[in-house]
Design a protein around this ligand. Structure first.
Ligand SMILES: Cc1cc2nc3c(=O)[nH]c(=O)nc-3n(C[C@H](O)[C@H](O)[C@H](O)COP(=O)(O)OP(=O)(O)OC[C@H]3O[C@@H](n4cnc5c(N)ncnc54)[C@H](O)[C@@H]3O)c2cc1C
Length: 449
């Protein structure tokens, strides 16, 4: 007889019942195929060419571009390499434009600038696709497309207008799926139809990260875990970087800490607010029941302000479902994930008996203007941060661009270069206010005001 504790079912997790003795793995499902390993600590070099702080997609993409340009980056990571959002995300890849509404962007920035930003967003998706192909990274990358379900009829109309604007301005292809036909895309009646961006993509975040790590190592680059940067001092001709494992002198620095940005550089700490996001992964769903849930095998999401995002794990019948974090609950307890199970069951009520194997969370880096930023601080330290929750393509692209800027290549220019990077009005309060703002948005989602 097995004494292995059973995974809780979605129904039990949603209802908070019968959970004593139930076992959830509180780590990203993606780490099963790409485990996080802490290498034995070695002596850090006393001198480096470029120090990159943070080992997610931004940091690794920057390192790869620097190596290809003949430079010698040293990536320093506080935890194990890939500890942050890059191995915790949903693996949904859009253009860099997912968070923008076209008319809103035009109203804020003018038509010419809006068009330039949107065009570059499209390039972000192309860049990650080309990088994965060029570097031969095996990470289940697929141009599967994305379906976004309208929670209310008026959301359907608004999406349709936005899709038309996107097509007119920058040529992005999409189509609308009316409610009467939505079972073609998804086995639920929850939505009032939806939109499909057929060019959007997906990947396995753990394998993508592992592939980047492998390439960096093959090219002679170095990624050091357990080497949190605790201080940076400007010196003549460069910087001294204090870390948990000693001091490194270097010519240049790139900060790539996104949602894990703290007050290492107060100038950046004032401009980023970390917002949590959480996911659960189910066990395998029997084939006959899985077949109609996501028949087109896309990425999925909805139109709520505090939205859900979900998909099947690559080549599996397992659902990976994401949304907000559970406030006020220990993130290593089932209670912190009950709301995700409830959201999943509101979409697929027939899955109440399906067990849940994994539950985890991570931090998104939010900027005040909801635009990602790259550039240099007053002291000449480069940074690429603030992807506002849609960062798989954005971080890969920005990492590449900030590396090109660092080496002085004109190809490093972007439409984002001349955007002012606003601070939050009261940064410590803004950080603490996240649950309040999120609750406010959830109320607006629920009662439609
Ligand atoms: C739960 C979740 C789901 C998401 N889903 C999606 C999705 O489906 N699609 C999408 O496009 N985007 C998604 N995102 C966003 C996306 O994952 C991120 O934008 C992207 O991974 C950011 O990469 P990064 O390299 O900039 O930062 P991260 O991957 O977060 O890496 C930053 C690293 O910096 C390290 N660090 C911080 N301070 C220091 C220091 N002082 N010294 C050394 N190291 C330090 C941290 O430990 C961390 O490992 C999601 C994010 C989360 C959290």
């Amino acid at each position: 007889m097995s004494n292995v504790a059973a995974h809780p079912t979605l129904g039990a997790l949603a209802g908070g019942r019968g959970l004593s003795g139930a076992a959830l793995a509180y780590r990203p499902f993606w780490w099963e195929a790409a485990p996080r390993t802490a290498a034995a600590p070695t002596q850090l070099p006393a001198v480096a060419d470029v120090v990159i702080v943070g080992s997610g997609f931004s940091g690794l993409s920057a390192a790869l571009t620097l190596l290809r340009a003949g430079r010698q980056p040293l990536v320093l990571e506080r935890d194990v390499p890939g500890f942050g959002a890059s191995t915790r995300n949903g693996g949904q890849i859009g253009s860099g434009n997912q968070k923008f509404r076209v008319q809103h962007l035009i109203a804020l920035r003018g038509r010419t600038k809006a068009e330039a930003l949107l065009r570059e967003g499209v390039l972000m998706l192309e860049y990650i696709a080309e990088l994965i192909a060029a570097e031969g990274i095996s990470c289940a990358f697929s141009r599967c497309g994305r379906f976004r379900g309208a929670i209310r009829p008026e959301h359907y109309e608004a999406m349709a207008r936005d899709m038309e604007d996107l097509k007119a301005l920058v040529g992005v292809e999409s189509f609308m799926v009316p409610r009467a036909e939505q079972h073609r895309e998804i086995g639920t009646d929850l939505f009032h139809g939806g939109s499909v961006l057929p060019g959007d993509a997906s990947l396995h975040p753990g394998l993508y990260h592992a592939g980047l790590m492998r390439r960096i190592s093959e090219l002679g680059g170095s990624v050091e875990g357990g080497a949190g940067v605790t201080g940076i001092t400007a010196e003549k001709g460069g910087f001294t970087v204090a870390t948990a494992r000693g001091t490194v002198s270097c010519h240049s620095i790139i900060i790539a800490t996104n949602g894990y940005t703290d007050n290492l550089l107060p100038e950046l700490g004032r401009r980023i607010v970390p917002v949590g996001s959480a996911l659960i992964a189910t066990d395998q769903i029997p084939e006959a029941r899985f077949a109609g849930l996501m028949p087109t095998g896309r990425m999925y999401g909805n139109t709520n302000r505090v939205f859900s995002y979900f998909r099947a794990a690559p080549d599996e019948r397992r659902i990976v479902w994401g949304g907000r974090v559970g406030r006020f609950s220990n993130p290593r307890s089932p209670a912190a994930y009950g709301h995700l199970a409830r959201d999943l069951l509101a979409t697929f009520p027939e899955l109440a008996d399906i067990p849940v194997s994994h539950a985890w969370d991570g931090q998104i880096g939010y900027t005040y203007d909801e635009v990602p930023h790259l550039g240099r601080t007053h002291a000449g330290i480069h940074y690429a941060i603030g992807y506002c929750g849609t960062g798989v393509s954005r971080s890969t692209y920005f990492g590449h661009k900030i590396a090109l800027q660092l080496i002085g290549s004109p190809q490093g220019r972007t439409a984002f270069d001349d955007l002012a990077f606003p601070t939050y009005p009261a940064p410590p309060i803004a950080r603490r206010a996240v649950p309040v703002v999120e609750t406010w948005y959830r109320l607006r989602d629920k009662f439609n005001f």
